[in-house]
Design a protein around this ligand. Structure first.
Ligand code: FES
Length: 201
């Protein structure tokens, strides 16, 4: 005779242990496919290139030279401009001579165009002379004699007159004619923009 099993409510589930809970919390992480890996590498490379490009752009946009130091812009007013026929003004910080001639005003780079010596103004001779090999230059920097292959280099000069007129050096740096230096309100000399003369002219 088969024994009878009394039916009743199911037995309570066994209490979960700490290990069971931890196991349950484990998240299955799918392995990174080759395609995904390459995608991540590509993304990282793009980010790196963009970062470098931005850095280079910022570097180019920042001013390299401050105003008032060689390579930057120098400003002045009529008091800084010598009278026509008087010795050119020596500005060591900007490595230039500011010279006022019958033809106009020029800013001359202080380095001889022969082998780079510093020439000087010789008042008794009324010209610039280089102590190294004897090159000589007019008040406006034009070559006179000596081994220098070309006249003195000039810097871009911009002159603003009292009446608001703005005059700027042309591409070969010809002197800027100013009838009276006291008509000048302000001038700027860009020592970062050197104009080489085309020869001994
Ligand atoms: S460096 Fe000036 S003449 Fe030679």
């Amino acid at each position: 005779m088969a024994s009878r099993v009394a039916k009743g409510p199911p037995p309570p589930a066994a209490a979960k242990t700490g290990t069971d809970v931890a196991e349950a919390k484990k998240v299955k992480v799918a392995p990174v496919t080759r395609r995904e890996f390459l995608f991540y590498i590509w993304g990282a490379s793009i980010a790196m290139i963009l970062g470098q490009s931005t850095g280079i752009l910022v570097w180019f946009m920042l001013p390299r030279f401050r105003e008032g130091e060689f390579g930057g812009v120098f400003t002045g007013d009529a008091t800084k401009i010598p009278e026509v026929g008087t010795p050119p003004a020596n500005v060591p910080a900007g490595k230039y001579w500011l010279s006022n001639t019958e033809e106009g005003i020029v800013a001359l780079y202080k380095v001889c165009t022969h082998l780079g010596c510093l020439y000087a103004w010789v008042e008794t001779a009324g010209r610039f002379e280089c102590p190294c090999h004897g090159s000589k230059y007019e008040r406006d920097g034009t070559w006179i004699e000596g081994p220098a292959p070309r006249s003195l280099d000039r810097f871009t000069l911009t002159i603003t007159l009292q009446n608001g007129t703005v005059l700027t050096s042309n591409e070969i740096g010809d002197p800027i004619p100013v009838p009276d230096k006291n008509a000048v309100s302000q001038f700027t000399i860009d020592t970062g923009n050197r104009i080489k003369r085309p020869g001994r002219v």
